[in-house]
Design a protein around this ligand. Structure first.
Ligand SMILES: Cc1cc2nc3c(=O)[nH]c(=O)nc-3n(C[C@H](O)[C@H](O)[C@H](O)COP(=O)(O)OP(=O)(O)OC[C@H]3O[C@@H](n4cnc5c(N)ncnc54)[C@H](O)[C@@H]3O)c2cc1C
Length: 469
């Protein structure tokens, strides 16, 4: 039995009375669980909220559809070496909310440092596989100067640090496409750096600057400049979520699907299908910690305003993968760049890179698309592109054939709305939903795709509201 299965058995056994319902075959009326707060989604924001609310003395029920908590965290346990390695969420900011959270679970943090810097980095045009004669990066002086100049631009918009509380009218520069913004402020030297750090958002140059600035925030720029990102010393971010699941015990319902949410003045009633039967959770407050796309909220008793707002979201697509024996030599990292394209940034869909992990013969791949693609297509494209690279570089043949040992579809990733909607105070109306109908929201859509910033924003903006009676 794997560690995850063991945790699952322990949690379900203590929650459902040692699996009696499953053994005697009797269908009982739905069990009723009373909680102060019911949380839907046990990823980054939902798990953090559950742990902190319990510390504040509130009862919670956390509902997660997967067998594990953690959302975008993907930790690989190598059966050959026994090593662990993160290829989903890797890094965190050095801020007290982060360090306190990891300390609570006794999960040590250290600097990411050079861990993911492989011996040799190449650049290639992934459409042809051909190596580029030189790096698309400008000199480090030019990039550093552009990053400092970018920080000056960011400083003009202090409100971006804290959710989407945008002034009206919206500053026009935030509505420019990122490509035009870079041009206007002559910041082209940071284009490739931003492209490398802000993965998963499709074609970055076409994004409104608002979204790029939310993602490429002050703390991220500082960490890029100082190499100050933190990661777990054990290279196992899942350790935090495994420990969180144990601590939550019967308060976490995993492998569970919400089938209905009914909200009234008195509170919320959430019906959940769990592996051991239907449960009804009655709570005073509901915290939605999943991406609020309309198609993901089929269980919710949406009103016209909610339907209208959530229905406007578009999203990008993001995949991560691990390939054993791709044919690329150990210690090699190949980054995608296209010298013929604007600012050498390749058009997506496509791969960002293929890079040796610390585990022998295992390579990471990251892939994005502005539109939906099937798993079969993405896997095929990754293998075909890798084969092109291997051939064009003339790498010597290796033993074994390429094999996916990890593959995760992180859709829906970045949720965005049109610039017309932004101008029309979409985010003012969206924020207006907080607290209405006993419902609050947290997660990437409300802050940015950055766990540290999400936890910080949740701590100081959402939890205080959930803690008032
Ligand atoms: C490949 C990758 C690498 C990343 N690297 C980093 C990094 O290094 N550092 C960093 O800070 N950020 C990183 N991020 C971004 C960061 O992880 C996300 O922004 C963060 O996870 C978002 O948190 P969230 O709570 O909004 O969503 P999630 O963490 O996605 O949590 C949502 C949870 O809800 C569950 N769920 C969905 N629907 C339902 C439902 N109907 N019922 C019950 N449960 C449901 C999901 O299974 C998931 O567990 C990365 C993201 C990806 C995809």
């Amino acid at each position: 039995m794997s560690f995850h299965n063991l945790i699952f058995s322990l949690c379900t056994a203590c929650l459902f009375g040692v699996g009696q319902a499953a053994q005697d075959g009797i269908v009982r009326s739905p069990d009723i669980i009373a909680s102060d707060v019911v949380i839907i989604g046990g990823g980054s924001s939902g798990t953090y909220s559950a742990i902190r609310l319990r510390e504040y003395g509130r009862t919670v029920t956390l509902i997660e559809r997967e067998l594990v908590l953690g959302g975008h965290v993907n930790t690989y346990h190598d059966p050959v070496t026994g090593q662990t390695f993160d290829y989903g969420v890797i890094s965190f900011a050095n801020i007290s909310v982060v360090t306190n959270y990891f300390k609570h679970f006794d999960v040590p943090l250290g600097l990411v440092g050079d861990l993911f810097k492989t011996n040799i980095t190449y650049y290639a045009d992934f459409t042809t596989g051909k190596p580029l004669p030189s790096s698309p990066f400008p000199s480090s002086n030019a990039t550093g100067a552009a990053l400092f100049a970018y920080e000056d631009e960011l400083a003009k918009y202090p409100f971006l640090a804290n959710g989407y509380n945008l002034p009206m009218p919206i500053p026009e520069d935030l509505l420019l496409t990122w490509g035009n913004f870079l041009k206007k402020y002559q910041l082209e030297a940071l284009a490739y750096t931003a492209f490398s750090f802000l993965e998963g958002i499709g074609n970055i140059l076409a994004q409104p600057t608002l979204y790029v600035m939310k993602y490429f925030a002050q703390s991220t720029v500082q960490n890029v400049l100082t190499n100050g990102f933190l990661t777990t010393v054990h290279h196992n971010n899942h350790e935090l979520y495994d420990k969180a699941l144990l601590e939550l015990g019967s308060s976490a319902l995993i492998s569970s699907n919400v089938t209905q949410v009914l909200r009234s003045h008195g509170g919320v009633a959430v019906t959940v299908s769990t592996p051991l039967g239907t449960k009804l959770i009655k709570a005073s407050k509901l915290l939605i910690a999943i991406q609020p796309k309309l198609e993901s909220l089929g269980f919710l008793d949406l009103n016209t305003e909610e339907r209208c707002l959530f229905g406007q979201f578009n999203n990008s697509y993001y995949w991560d993968a691990l390939i054993r024996n791709p044919g690329v030599p150990s210690g090699v990292c190949i980054n995608n760049a296209n010298p013929a394209a604007a600012l050498a940034l390749p058009e997506m869909p496509g791969m960002y890179l293929i890079c040796a992990s610390p585990i022998p013969d295992v390579f990471t791949v990251y892939y994005t698309s502005p539109y939906a693609l099937s798993e079969q297509y993405v896997k095929h494209d990754i293998l075909a592109t890798t084969a092109k690279l291997v051939k064009a570089f003339g790498f010597p043949a290796v033993n074994g054939t390429p094999e996916f040992v990890g593959f995760n579809d992180h859709r829906p990733f970045e949720l965005t709305v049109s610039t017309d909607a932004i101008v029309g105070d979409f985010y003012g109306r969206l924020n207006g939903l907080q607290g209405k109908r006993n419902t609050w929201y947290t997660g990437a859509t409300w802050q940015a795709h950055d766990s540290s910033l999400i936890w910080n924003w949740t701590e100081y903006n959402i939890l205080p509201q959930l803690l008032t009676d």
